[in-house]
Design a protein around this ligand. Structure first.
Ligand SMILES: Nc1nc2c(ncn2[C@@H]2O[C@H](COP(=O)(O)OP(=O)(O)OP(=O)(O)O)[C@@H](O)[C@H]2O)c(=O)[nH]1
Ligand SMILES: [Mg+2]
Length: 496
């Protein structure tokens, strides 16, 4: 692909950043940990639980530096970028631990720096600086736009919107689109209406019943400080993939805004937060997709493919290759594993491995160490065996969040949970063979998108965060599943 002027400027900026950080890194060894994940994947909870565990000496037996007693302390420190808000760790911990509610959806980018004081295996006292960034997951799917012009993006978005279940949800937007003349004069009212209907379509696709993930542009769903801005007033048009618009046409206007969106919103986000990572954890909530159905699972896979292609683009920039080692460890993590009995954790891992296997194959070639795990940053459930009709079902016990619907086995009752009562749930069994899930047109199970809740094979309920546990040395800690293994993989080697 030929380099455009914007690409060259971008590379020059990356060069300047890399040189600055290289100098800083000599004084203060830092690890920039990328916490990547789509909306609701569990990024904010992951960062909060990880920091809480490190600062409060949580129960992390697999995290060697801590279990060997070499971590002296971990403390929060002022972050490196003055222009980015601080991650509101204290409020998130208060919500999780004191109020036992989950943090709200993230609306803005934020950053947090943690300093781990530790003793190396040779006995020397050292510090490791860990920088983490949190952001709204919706924005992640803007990254694939960088390599696409308006016409290709329009064609792909329209093609996707013609498959089920999206076609049903796109009816109003499609009807309006049919009235537009792309080559006709630029019409602001038509552009506003098209953007509004297109945004409505994206929002409906995201609804938990359909749980579609491949939804861009990200700021349409989570505008941040751009709400109402003209940069968001565009929508796909029915135009040829390789066509060029006439000046003054609706097409030319939409194309200009699309490019402005990439320049003003997407490129800076990519530059500042993705092209400079040392380690990466990619969080994937496969269970929400299972609730919705097989089409949602395939959509999630498509979204990750297009995303992981972008990381390839990021890596190839010449200075990140020369001056700054790219992320040399990548962990793919299926989150919220506490929604399943542990007998299903291997299946969840196998499904995730199948979803990202192309990316894994490439990363192996490029020399990065890659692993896949199923984890729960915060474990909200316990396990139980429940006998029903002579059979023993592997169930989980937890307190459903207030407002969740009560159900019995597969049929929903009208009752709404009060947020206090503990229930036992058999969440369903994940498929044994991940390949069955991804074959086009396969319907290996039923989800909410195609029928009523009574017919759904899975129903992963939102449980309230758990009360604190007490560790062996009487410190209160948040329960988790394999958070320590994730930590060991991500930074264990930097604390030896
Ligand atoms: N049981 C359980 N639920 C979790 C866990 N992590 C996240 N969740 C659930 O998933 C929801 C989303 O988690 P967040 O951490 O806010 O997700 P996010 O990736 O920051 O989402 P955005 O801010 O929208 O991008 C939470 O409100 C919880 O309901 C976990 O470890 N266990
Ligand atoms: Mg968040």
């Amino acid at each position: 692909m030929a380099l455009t002027f914007s690409d060259l400027i971008e590379q020059a900026r990356l060069a300047a950043l890399a040189i600055k950080e290289y100098g800083e890194g000599l004084i203060n060894p830092a690890v920039r940990l990328g916490i990547t994940g789509l909306s609701r994947a569990g990024k904010t909870v992951f960062i909060t639980a990880l920091v809480h565990g490190l600062v409060r000496n949580g129960r992390f037996p697999v995290f060697e530096a801590l279990s060997e007693g070499r971590v002296v302390r971990a403390r929060l420190a002022p972050q490196p970028d003055d222009a980015v808000p601080r991650f509101d760790y204290e409020s998130h911990v208060r919500a999780l631990v004191a109020d036992r509610v989950w943090p709200e959806s993230t609306r803005q980018i934020s950053e947090l720096r943690l300093v781990i004081e530790y003793q190396s295996r040779s006995g020397a006292m050292r510090e490791l600086v860990l920088d983490m960034v949190d952001y709204p997951g919706e924005w992640l799917l803007d990254l694939p736009l960088l390599s696409k012009g308006f016409e290709v993006w329009s064609a792909e978005t329209l093609e996707l919107s013609r498959g089920e279940p999206r076609a049903r949800l796109a009816a109003s937007w499609h009807a309006h689109l049919a009235t537009l003349d792309a080559a006709g004069p630029a019409d602001e009212t038509a552009a506003i209406e098209a953007a509004r209907l297109f945004t409505d379509y994206l929002a409906t696709c995201r609804n938990e019943r359909y749980a579609m993930t491949l939804l861009s542009p990200g700021r349409f769903l989570m505008p941040g400080d751009l709400a109402g801005s003209p940069a968001l007033t565009f929508a796909p048009l029915e135009v040829p993939r390789d066509g060029v618009p006439h000046d003054g046409s609706l097409w030319a206007m939409m194309r200009r805004r699309y490019e402005a969106y990439k320049d003003v919103v997407v490129r800076p986000f990519f530059r500042d937060h993705f092209a400079r990572l040392d380690r990466q954890i990619v969080l994937i909530d496969a269970l929400a997709a299972f609730n919705a159905g097989a089409e949602a699972v395939r959509d999630l896979e498509r979204a990750f493919r297009s995303l992981l292609d972008c990381f390839e683009i990021g890596r190839r920039t010449f200075l990140s290759a020369l001056l700054r080692p790219r992320a040399d460890r990548i962990l793919f993590a299926a989150t919220k594993a506490d929604h399943l009995h542990h007998v299903s954790h291997d299946r969840l891992e196998a499904i995730l491995r199948r979803m990202v296997e192309r990316a894994i194959a490439r990363a192996d070639v490029a020399g990065a160490t890659v692993d896949v795990i199923a984890l729960a940053a915060v474990r909200a459930t316990r396990e139980a065996e429940v006998r029903r009709g002579g059979a023993t079902l592997p169930c989980i016990l937890g307190v459903p969040a207030p407002g969740e619907h009560a159900f019995d086995g597969k049929s929903f009752g009208g009752r709404i949970f009060d947020g206090k009562t503990e229930i036992a749930v058999f969440p369903g069994e994940l498929p044994d063979h991940p390949d069955d899930l991804f074959a086009p047109g396969a319907t290996p199970f039923h989800g909410l998108a195609t029928g009523g809740a009574e017919d759904a094979d899975f129903r992963f309920v939102c449980f309230r965060p758990p009360p604190l546990e007490t560790t062996s040395d009487d410190a209160p800690a948040l329960p988790h599943i394999r958070l320590d293994r994730a930590l060991q993989f991500l930074i264990g080697d930097r604390l030896t």
